[in-house]
Design a protein around this ligand. Structure first.
Ligand SMILES: Nc1nc2c(ncn2[C@@H]2O[C@H](COP(=O)(O)OP(=O)(O)OP(=O)(O)O)[C@@H](O)[C@H]2O)c(=O)[nH]1
Length: 370
């Protein structure tokens, strides 16, 4: 029976880096298929895994959420029947809700035998607070549903910042093991063990609670099938996963009452009677270009510096690309808020740039790169 590992995490958290480490250090003898779901028009990852003989199924048409559950389900079924792998690693898009992905996998598990092995969330140790504040609806969902949380970049972060991040994550997940040791000090096997030990919790979660098909929350809906938020029953004392920012008290019979005369506090302008969660594409947008243009390294450095710090292009959350340089070599770049990396790469069929963010200003981006 194929084991399913879901490796979620916000844009640029380090999911692909973690998967590479696991494949190299812990899963060598196994037949593994990776299902990647990138948000953005142009898929940039994938190549290196294909080169390593790993089967990669990419889904770039949108994120695995309500609207794509069917497509995702058929892709997953096809992978099982076609390859009969030991393990399927699912890398949802950085803006996917983990509960949506779990729900989709559960749906497939009704038809095909699957072992729901681990639900993991990778989180950038430096940016938990910022992401929770700005994109809590998506970010907190990934934290809440994780069996284990693997912090990235812990080697570059001050201890008090790391402690603060762990405390914030704990507010949203009481039980998950949280890896705080830098990855290069751990073996892939050590990490895999923590991921799989979270397994018992995953089983518990699946047995005891059903994932709400409307909001994706894991509350007890036995007596509350009406999703009008009149009496929305949460059985945990965390913030509401809809991102409304309301705290739930410790009373397990707490009745969640939104004042529906008001607009959603997130500013989306939706009346929550009819729509009480957001799709990723309502909040995040992507801009992508394919180009034969040759860049020089200094020029690219200036561009990325602006993109990582300046807010004149919208709120930039992630950018990556592969471009040819003036001397004929190829470079790849990776950018998350406040930091970026440029490295040598191998030739590709053409140059590609992808930017993901919120309220992107496409004309300004065009002007920056071209
Ligand atoms: N210093 C440091 N950099 C890291 C770490 N993890 C990831 N990175 C870097 O962060 C960038 C993003 O990492 P990815 O593994 O591509 O992140 P991802 O979550 O797959 O990103 P998406 O493609 O947006 O889903 C890359 O430049 C990585 O090299 C870490 O623990 N330490």
């Amino acid at each position: 029976m194929a084991k399913i590992d879901i490796i979620s995490g916000f844009l640029g958290a380090g999911k692909t880096t973690l998967i590479q480490k696991l494949l190299k250090e812990a899963l060598k003898g196994e037949k593994v298929v990776l299902i990647e779901n990138e948000f953005g028009e142009i898929g940039i990852d994938g190549g290196f895994l294909k080169d390593a003989g790993i089967e990669v199924t990419e889904m770039n048409s949108g994120c695995i959420c309500c609207s794509l559950v069917g497509d995702f389900g058929s892709a997953l079924k096809e992978v099982v029947t076609q390859y009969n792998p030991d393990r399927i690693i699912i890398e949802p898009s950085g803006v996917g809700k983990l509960s949506d992905v779990i729900k989709a996998v559960q749906g497939v598990a009704e038809d095909v035998e699957l072992d729901l092995n681990s639900f993991v969330t990778v989180a950038d140790a430096k940016k938990c607070k910022m992401y929770m504040k700005n994109f809590g609806e998506f970010y907190n969902n990934q934290v809440e549903y994780a069996g284990s949380i693997i912090l990235s970049r812990t080697g570059d972060v001050a201890e008090d910042k790391l402690n603060e991040s762990v405390a914030l994550l704990r507010e949203h997940n009481e039980k998950a093991a949280i890896i705080t040791t830098p990855w290069d000090e751990l073996s892939g096997e050590q990490i895999l063990k923590v991921m799989e030990d979270g397994n018992d919790m995953v089983k518990e979660l699946l047995e005891e609670e059903e994932i709400c098909p409307v909001c994706g929350g894991h509350h007890d809906h036995e007596h509350h099938h009406e999703h009008d938020h009149e009496h929305h029953h949460h059985d945990h004392d965390e913030e509401c996963s809809c991102g409304c920012g309301h705290d739930h008290d410790h009373d397990h019979e707490h009745h969640h009452h939104h004042d529906h005369d008001e607009e959603c506090s997130c500013g989306c302008g939706h009346d929550h009677d009819h729509h009480h969660h957001h799709h990723a594409d309502e909040v995040f947008t992507s801009w992508g270009k394919e180009t034969p243009k040759k860049y020089n390294k200094e020029e690219l450095d200036t561009i990325l510096q602006k993109l990582s710090k300046d807010d004149s292009y919208g709120m930039i959350l992630r950018s990556k690309g592969i471009l040819q340089t003036e001397d004929g070599s190829w470079i790849q770049f990776d950018l998350v808020p406040g930091e970026y990396e440029i490295r040598e790469g191998s030739a590709d069929y053409t140059g590609r740039i992808c930017v993901i963010g919120s309220k992107l200003k496409e004309d300004e981006l065009e002007g920056l790169f071209f």
